[in-house]
Ligand binder design. Structure first.
Ligand SMILES: Nc1nc2c(c(=O)[nH]1)N[C@H]1C(S)=C(S)[C@@H](COP(=O)(O)OP(=O)(O)OC[C@H]3O[C@@H](n4cnc5c(=O)[nH]c(N)nc54)[C@H](O)[C@@H]3O)O[C@H]1N2
Ligand SMILES: Nc1nc2c(c(=O)[nH]1)N[C@H]1C(S)=C(S)[C@@H](COP(=O)(O)OP(=O)(O)OC[C@H]3O[C@@H](n4cnc5c(=O)[nH]c(N)nc54)[C@H](O)[C@@H]3O)O[C@H]1N2
Ligand code: SF4
Ligand SMILES: [Mo]
Length: 871
């Protein structure tokens, strides 16, 4: 079904960029409101992502291929048997913000409408559920009151708990462009880490973990003391302010106390408070640093409180802006895919139960909330769940305490997994593995952070027997209806049919305070669905009239709980994202230029922390959690953006890329009591250096695993790169075992701290390099991309040794053109280049997607500062 030009949407983050597939390849859609043609580093690698290895093509039962018919019958019978023998709540489904709205809608209908259990939850529980609670508590409905255009108009942008430069790069470019246009615009970043985003700010507030509530309560206190509360707005449009103002008048929130609690100077606090109080057009963006916390929902409300109390929402350039992570996290919230929602922004109240039952024509509706993600896997572990269907998410990597999730799934009688690749860790836990049509092969709707509904469109045939998720659910649903002797609730021929039913269903909100209502699209034709142009529900600023979604139309203030003080004697592990990887790496790990920025599992710490622990950069360290006893191993790296006793690790490492380095192995199952969202960002851990005797690096086609203390994999052009380490000395025999390739010829070279074995083939007169193995007593800092270029080339000892002897590590800045920090600094120091334009024309860095621009700019400003100091 290749059409000349297909407009679709990027499958990664919640910015929701429009994408155009045309004869030239895949590029940004210049006419899409979210990105106007821009794509970040991940989005601009979408063409490469289509060459996914280990693509899943046929349904498999315990590794054996079966037909879809067999799979469908088996799943329907399993759900039916469980319902009959153990009740509907013995079944479950765990889905994802990466499903399309149509997939999500039928999955929700399947569980809540037909099976009769609300045990359907989603990875949005790990992502957005705290923000959902905060919105519901403050506004009466899960509504984001702002849109991207507001960013262009703001005079103050507060970024709280988000590393936007890396995680929502196209949005961040937009902020930077707004700053270029409007010199008044200030940016404040609130993050315990000095991230790339923070480095670009006018003010960075490095609060301790979970210090957000105190900081925002302090802001309210400041506003109260200075009489800058918008009393008119508070009186007319809100309730509950007096309880909140009493709470923030406590001594804990005066400047003296706050300065001590938060480790910030009074000057820093006053600057932030003054800017916020005096700037009418203020936006506060927030993401996982707020949500993924034991206090996530309250932190969200603390932010919203500040906006409500000062009346900063409802007009251009102002409001609290929860940014979504996944492409359809918002769509999932809309259909009602969370276990504690029923459907279309409805809960389990009597009126909603009645309306939804009528709409779905079911006498079997789930009438009480189901299990939230962490509770769901607890129930699986207890044996209460007899069948679970996991779709488009990788919980054995992404859930906290992932070894627990693995154990739980091993106990479950039937685990069904729908995925696109058999390489995902979750595929290893499937009894029944189903091939899903992936991005480009499927179509449907997604909603982004600003409530914009965009179509993902199909532009290639799906592979093998891969089937769209919505269709797989409908086939099983139809069969289950038959077994339950009920009319078929899944009689949909196309995605458009599903969308029309969903749009019609939102019409039940029509005569209520709720804003989600897409019923005007309930009758659209197939043609209109095909040609759908982005549509924003709720308009640009849905709460602009000051009419909130409670019966009395008033917003609510919430008195947030204050986190207990962190103990100063432990190490705090914070986890999150890298610029160039997507989640558990199943769709980005194999793209070599994306793999190069963080080539192996890494734990970051400040110079001081490292010195205190006696840890050297590049050495391996082991982390152990307090609750879980397992430890993980990763490379130590210095990041002086981290405070004392703070560690950071990315959440991505999974599969063969870093099997023993999955950060969630040391993160406990602590959740926010209101939202059930795990506290991924504040885990107390113990850290110690690993007593490594030998570090190894292998480049070649294939690697034969041994039981090393540490092993990781990096995908390079044409070949693989394996890193390993052991606590015992490795002798030369290791060269014989590793890399079973047909070429048997080897030459061994001595290095200062180890040796290097080159495997080669004789091709005519030449010896062509096939594999390179380095073993050293010291961490290996060699530039792997240069070594990789030698593989497949004639053996030249001089070039090989020159690269191997390199002792200086570098950091890749621009992955599109492979430009590292050393190259940029060299150009700056030599005087060849002194500004961004010159660097761009000399090295091309930042001229493709622009994701690295904040880092290039940072290197330039650091260089300029050094010159100033020298003068
Ligand atoms: N490159 C890339 N981009 C992505 C994704 C990806 O996998 N890769 N995933 C997408 C998804 S699903 C999501 S949810 C978003 C997440 O987007 P973000 O939330 O921006 O990303 P994170 O790195 O998870 O965490 C953000 C920051 O929270 C900070 N933080 C930790 N604790 C606290 C705290 O107590 N208070 C405050 N104020 N800050 C704290 C961390 O130091 C971190 O810098 O990214 C989306 N975009
Ligand atoms: N420590 C720590 N853990 C975290 C976080 C953190 O910051 N720190 N962040 C959390 C957050 S915010 C999120 S959103 C989660 C993300 O965590 P996950 O959702 O578990 O991560 P993904 O790798 O996106 O998993 C998607 C899976 O679906 C498959 N897939 C891709 N396309 C399709 C499709 O069309 N259909 C089907 N059926 N399958 C498909 C992919 O191959 C992959 O296996 O991680 C959470 N976990
Ligand atoms: S910012 Fe990047 S990852 Fe996010 S939607 Fe746009 S192109 Fe995709
Ligand atoms: Mo997320």
């Amino acid at each position: 079904m290749t059409r000349e030009c297909t407009k679709t949407a990027c499958p990664y983050c919640g910015v929701g960029c429009g994408v155009e597939v045309n004869a030239l390849g895949i590029e940004g859609d210049k006419h899409h409101p979210a990105n106007q043609g821009a794509l970040c580093v991940k989005g601009s690698a979408l063409a490469q992502s289509l060459a996914m290895p280990s693509r899943l093509l046929y349904p498999k039962l315990n590794g054996r291929e079966i037909t879809w018919q067999q799979a469908t019958d088996m799943i329907a019978s399993a759900y039916h048997d469980a319902i009959v023998h153990h009740g509907a709540n013995s079944t479950a489904m765990y889905v994802s913000g990466q499903l399309l709205t149509e997939d999500y809608y039928v999955a929700n209908k399947f569980m809540k409408g037909v099976v009769g259990s609300a045990n359907i939850d989603t990875n949005s529980r790990l992502c957005m559920s705290s923000a959902v609670v905060a919105h519901n508590r403050a506004f009466g409905e899960d509504v984001v009151p702002v849109n991207y255009d507001d960013i262009d108009d703001a005079d103050l942008i507060v970024i709280c708990g988000a590393n936007t430069a890396w995680t929502h790069p196209v949005l961040f470019r937009r902020i930077q462009q707004a700053r270029e246009r409007n010199p008044q615009l200030r940016m404040v970043v609130i993050d315990p880490r000095e991230t790339v985003t923070a480095q670009q700010s006018d003010l960075h507030l490095a609060i301790p973990n979970d210090g957000d509530t105190a900081l925002f309560n302090g802001l309210l206190r400041y506003c109260l003391d200075r009489g800058v509360i918008d009393e008119g707005y508070v009186a007319q449009h809100t309730c509950g302010f007096s309880a909140l103002s009493d709470a923030v008048r406590s001594q804990d929130f005066d400047l003296d106390s706050l300065s001590e609690q938060l480790g910030l100077s009074q000057e820093q606090l006053k600057t932030f408070y003054r800017w916020f109080a005096n700037t009418r057009k203020t936006i506060t963006l927030f993401c996982q640093g707020v949500n993924q916390s034991q206090y996530g929902a309250d932190k969200g409300n603390a932010i919203i409180n500040a906006h409500l109390a000062t009346g900063k929402l409802g007009y251009q350039g102002a409001g609290p802006f929860s940014i979504t992570g996944q492409p359809n996290a918002m769509g999932g919230r809309e259909v009602g895919g969370l276990a504690n929602q029923l459907a279309v922004h409805r809960g389990f109240d009597q009126e909603s139960i009645k309306l939804v039952s009528e709409f779905w024509q079911t006498d079997n509706l789930a009438t009480t909330p189901g299990l939230k993600a962490v509770e769901m896997f607890d129930a699986v572990e207890r044996g209460d769940i007899k069948v679970i269907w996991i779709m488009a998410t990788n919980p054995v990597v992404s859930m906290p305490d992932n070894s627990f999730v693995k154990r739980a799934l091993e106990k479950c009688p039937l685990v069904i997994v729908s995925d696109v690749t058999s390489d995902s860790d979750i595929a290893q836990y499937a009894d029944l593995l189903l091939p899903a049509a992936g991005w480009g092969e499927k179509q449907g709707m997604v909603t982004n952070s600003e409530r914009m509904l965009t179509r993902q469109r199909q532009f290639i045939e799906s592979k093998g027997a891969a089937k769209s998720d919505w269709r797989a659910v409908c086939d099983v649903g139809a069969k289950l209806c038959q077994l339950m002797e009920k009319p078929n609730a899944f009689d949909f021929a196309t995605e458009a049919d599903v969308f029309r039913e969903y749009a019609a269903m939102t019409g039940i909100n029509k005569n209520s305070e709720r804003l989600l209502d897409l019923s005007e699209y309930a009758q659209i034709s197939d043609e209109e669905y095909l040609n759908w142009q982005p549509v924003q529900w709720g308009g640009q600023r849905p709460l602009a009239d000051g009419q909130f979604c409670f019966p009395d139309r008033k917003a609510r203030f919430v008195v947030p709980a204050i986190p207990s003080k962190n103990s100063e004697s432990v190490w705090w592990l914070n986890s999150g994202r890298q610029r160039d990887q997507w989640h558990t790496m199943t769709r980005t790990g194999y793209i070599s230029h994306l793999a190069a920025t963080e080539p192996e599992p890494t734990v970051y710490m400040s110079q001081r922390s490292a010195a205190y622990m006696g840890i050297k950069e590049g050495e391996l360290v082991a982390l152990t959690g307090e609750v879980t006893e397992r430890s993980i191993v990763a490379k130590a790296a210095i990041d002086d953006g981290l405070g004392t006793r703070q560690l950071f690790m990315s959440m991505h490492w999974a599969g063969e890329y870093g099997r023993e380095s999955q950060v969630n192995a040391v993160i406990s199952r602590t959740v926010d009591p209101h939202s059930g969202q795990p506290a991924f960002k504040s885990q107390p851990v113990a850290i110690r250096p690993v007593d490594v005797k030998a570090y190894g690096l292998y480049l070649g086609e294939r690697f034969v695993e041994r039981n090393f203390a540490y092993q990781s994999f990096q995908s390079e052009e044409r070949i693989g790169v394996w890193r390993f380490a052991d606590t015992q000395n490795l002798d030369r025999s290791v060269s014989e075992d590793l890399g079973e390739t047909p070429h048997k010829r080897k030459v061994v070279l001595e290095l200062a701290s180890g040796w290097l074995t080159v495997g080669y083939d004789e091709v005519g007169e030449e010896r062509v390099i096939r594999s390179i193995l380095m073993v050293s007593g010291q961490p290996i800092v060699t530039d792997v991309s240069q070594l990789a270029l030698l593989v497949g080339k004639p053996l030249r000892f001089s070039s090989l040794l020159a690269i191997a002897a390199q002792q200086e590590s570098s950091e890749l800045i621009c992955s599109c053109f492979r430009v590292n920090d050393k190259q940029i600094v060299r150009e700056l120091e030599s005087g060849n280049c002194s500004n961004l334009n010159q660097l761009q024309s000399k090295l091309k860095c930042g001229t493709n997607c622009g994701s690295c621009l904040p880092q290039v700019e940072q290197l330039i400003s650091r260089h300029q500062q050094t010159i100033l100091v020298a003068k």
